[in-house]
Unconditional design. Sequence first.
Length: 370
Amino acid sequence: MTRYFLKGEAQARFTQDRIDLIANLAVLCEQHQAEFVVVCGDVFDSNQVAPQTVVRAAEKLSRFPYPVFILPGNHDPLNAASVYDTDVFKGLPDHITVIRDHAIHRSAKLPGIEVVGAPWFNKQPTTDLCGQLLDSLEPVTNGVTRIVLVHGQLDSLMPDTSHPACISKTAITRALADKKLHYVALGDRHSVTDSDPSGRIWYSGTPLATDFTEIDPNKVLLVDASVGIDPRPRVEVINSGNWNFLRVQENIDTPDDLTRLSSRLSSIDNKERTSVALALTGALSLSTNAELERLIETSRDLFASLRMDELRSDLAVVPDQLEYEELALSGYARSCWEELAESAKQSNEAAEQARDALALMYRLAERGKS
Ligand SMILES: [Mn+2]
């Protein structure tokens, strides 16, 4: 997965961490005595992902000591270009299963467990794939726990449910009542979501954060299927990732505000795995603005990335009399400054350009002083 704001080594670290996550999950399984893993779609960002990524992920999977069930999602659907039809995936050991149809999977290693899923075959399904699967299921035999793997958006969480591929929660609730399943593992949302009071319909979110929009990323769910049938499954949220995509919102008017921003940035742990988007508002003097630019410059190399979120920022740089005097300009430079300062007071596009020009002049004149 490439992120336009991650450059060079930060992108390489992100890519590697996503692959290492597979081995880390095995460690978590051991720690928590989990017996198998289900992954509900979008293991890969796309079927056109770099061959190196596929080979490396498959190699880690081939060493994974627990059974894994992988459901193709909208990013990695089972179409003609499917990543799951590559030789490396077809050569994976038997305990790594890609869900390719509605067949029920049982394993001698997992007595009393059934896994079934609704894979995506293309990026734009025109029907509720989960509902279709549930229709085809018979009630579960006594003593068996059946887990259903689904990918997509649950209608109960959507503001607009008109899309034909929306997953009907009513259909799931009905299937639960009909004893066709015990637990629905959902994928697509990147935030852990307990989607039903029964505790049987969960999005596990994303095991490694990928974007600024996620609410509760870096998590996996530990589900106790042995008590899954009655009265409700025990589900524990476990940390699995350590990337952070952080929006830092601050109002910057004075040098004190800048100090606050500076200490907020320096207090962030694990900077090399943190991407920061600065959403800054306020009206600041040229000297404070120059300080801010220095802070951004020095912080940038510490973080995986650090940039101004222009859409969410609104900073006006306003020269003050003191700065003018401090620079002790004369001759042409002085009249130029005065003219620009006059334009900067307006509230039009030219004023914005004048303020930018003043900021530049301030920096150059300051540099000339030292
Ligand atoms: Mn998806």
